[in-house]
Design a protein around this ligand. Structure first.
Ligand SMILES: [Fe+2]
Length: 199
């Protein structure tokens, strides 16, 4: 099962948090873009991005996420390919990342969150104000978005076989078409600051 609609329904059934839903949409956008670049199945890659953390809100512990989600996905008929990719995005699961799909998910996950965090500190709170240079600068700032593991971003790009700066620029561009859904189109600038940028 790779229907985008079914995947969205699954995500929203399990995830009420607005920021987690936005994270899912951001990773989906990056995955769809990489599917086009690497000639992967865009719908399938997008679904993997969309639901990779669907169980996180309900089952956030490392004992449960993504294992619990994996069981639910199996019950609902999701393929081994999709389930394995989701399992492999958790470093501690012991599931290796072998395919381009699995490598892309890991490479995009933390980075999408980090790009979002960088956009939210810009005056206009928009993706249009973010470039690879500003992301790299923030990556060196240990106090900024400290929950985001910099090594995961660096190693993710390396393992995917893409230059880090190009990877960052690629993901920023991939997220721009859904900037409105991500709350990063500049319209949030007039609202009070968001309390938390990451999941
Ligand atoms: Fe994630």
């Amino acid at each position: 099962m790779t229907s985008r609609t079914a995947a969205w329904n699954l995500l929203t059934e399990f995830t009420q948090s607005e920021s987690l839903r936005k994270h899912a949409l951001a990773v989906e956008a990056c995955m769809r873009a990489y599917a086009r670049k690497f000639a992967g199945d865009e719908e399938r890659w997008g679904v993997v991005g969309l639901i990779h953390d669907f169980d996180y809100e309900k089952y956030p512990s490392a004992q449960e996420h993504p294992y619990k989600g994996n069981e639910i996905l199996k019950e609902r008929g999701y393929s081994d390919e999709i389930r394995r990719a989701i399992m492999s995005h958790a470093e501690y699961s012991g599931v290796s990342r072998d395919t381009p799909l699995e490598k892309a998910l890991f490479a995009c996950d933390e980075l999408a969150g980090f790009i979002t965090a960088v956009a939210l500190i810009k005056p206009g709170k928009s993706l249009a104000e973010v470039d690879a240079k500003s992301v790299r600068k923030r990556m060196k700032d240990k106090a900024f978005a400290r929950k985001v593991n910099r090594d995961d971003i660096i190693n993710g790009a390396k393992d995917l076989g893409v230059d880090l700066d190009e990877h960052i620029a690629f993901c920023i561009e991939a997220m721009k078409p859904v900037a409105k859904e991500l709350g990063l189109d500049g319209s949030a600038a007039t609202l009070p600051p968001a309390s938390s940028a990451q999941k």
